[in-house]
Design a protein around this ligand. Structure first.
Ligand code: MRU
Length: 358
């Protein structure tokens, strides 16, 4: 396996049927340590999602699907109704771990729908149906990321500079990733890109994860602080911005990691195309616009103390720590999904993705 393949085939989430256990790579320890940890109880699963041990919209959806399968195996109730109620309560509990990425509720909804459809089956058949569903959600994401990568690759050319924010690579998804997908797929095909990775304060997904994945994959990556995006754009070093997404509303407004909307505003100023890449499982047609997307607020200590030896502000200093912001649809050049590239007006092009059942 090449070093690039080691990146694109990383087993960030793995359910081992032989020992009946769910494993993830603990992303909070990267890039210094690649450690695989088991998730055994509902509390461990909730904590892993909440504290970003597993993170990235598609990845938390996939993980939640396997979590529900693993938890279903532990439910003692034989009766279909009682079993369902217990599984639904696990689903609500996991769903409350993070509010913004719609993939979490989407995957939990898919698993619960499967459980309801098989509630009358013998226990082993019900568990088998849940296993098949979780596996399908995972395999489907691999397929979707590969298609997104192909579509995204058609938007750039050899030698281009690409700026990305946060981490939407293999660790956050499966296989090539979404925003990093075209870069990794292009690299595999012998193309060269210069990537600027925003460090992505306050949790540093860009520094810890994106630069780690790209460097290991042999991509020419330069890490910058978030407030340096403007200068690299002004210098003419960026031909396109690629970012992931946590929820795309029906009108194209897109929630992604905090700071993304600022990148989009800068890109518009400098006339650089700004693309959002994500699977249709991240598109929430029930959500009319960005004002209706719930935005997660996180602990202020992530800003003041988390990455420092000593606190970087007085204990009594107030902090505002939203984990996501919404990029206005008017700033987005295209939304790249596994079904194709949507262009404005998004209210029509996104709806068409679902109408056509492609
Ligand atoms: O808080 P995180 O690290 O889960 O946020 C992740 C992002 O915002 C990603 O850009 C997004 O989920 C897309 S992942 C393919």
């Amino acid at each position: 396996m090449s070093t690039l393949q080691a990146v694109t085939h990383v087993e960030n989430i793995r359910y081992d049927q032989q020992v009946q256990a769910l494993y993830i790579i603990d992303q909070t320890l990267l890039p210094n340590e690649e450690k695989v940890i088991p998730l055994r109880t509902a509390e461990e699963m909730y904590d892993a999602i909440r504290t970003l041990k597993v993170r990235g919209a598609p990845a938390i959806g996939i993980c939640a699907a396997y979590c529900l399968y693993a938890l279903a195996r532990t439910i003692p109730e034989e009766n279909g109704g009682a079993f369902l109620r217990r599984l639904e309560s696990y689903g609500s509990y996991l769903n409350s771990s993070r509010p913004t990425a719609v993939n979490l509720s989407w995957a939990i909804g898919e698993m619960l729908r499967t459980a309801r459809a098989h509630a009358g089956d013998p226990r082993e058949a019900l568990l088998e149906a849940l296993w098949e569903k979780a596996k399908a959600i995972h395999e489907d994401d691999i397929e979707k990321c590969t298609r997104i990568s192909e579509y995204g690759l058609s938007l750039v050319k050899d030698g281009d500079g690409i700026l990305t924010h946060c981490n939407a690579g293999p660790l956050a998804t499966s296989r090539y990733g979404t925003a990093l997908g075209p870069i990794l797929l292009g690299t595999e095909r012998g193309l060269h890109f210069h990537v600027f990775a925003d460090e992505t304060r306050p949790l540093l997904q860009g520094a810890r994860l994106t630069s780690y994945e790209l460097q290991r994959a042999g991509v020419d990556v330069t890490l910058i602080c978030d407030n340096m995006a403007s200068i690299v754009m002004k210098n003419g070093w960026v031909q396109a911005c690629f970012v992931g997404c946590d929820r795309v509303a029906a009108n194209g407004d897109t929630a992604n990691k905090i700071g993304t909307s600022g990148v989009a505003i800068l890109a518009r100023h400098y006339g650089i195309p700004f693309y959002v890449l994500g699977p249709t499982s991240t598109v929430d047609m029930a959500c009319p616009d960005g004002d209706h997307i719930p935005i997660e607020e996180r602990d202020r200590e992530e800003i003041k103390t988390m990455w420092y030896e000593k606190p970087m502000a007085l204990p009594e200093v107030k902090c505002y720590n939203p984990a996501f912001d919404v990029t206005d649809h008017e700033l987005i050049t295209g939304i790249v999904t596994e079904k194709g590239i949507c262009r404005p007006p998004y209210s029509q092009s996104l709806a068409a993705l679902f109408d056509n059942k492609q």
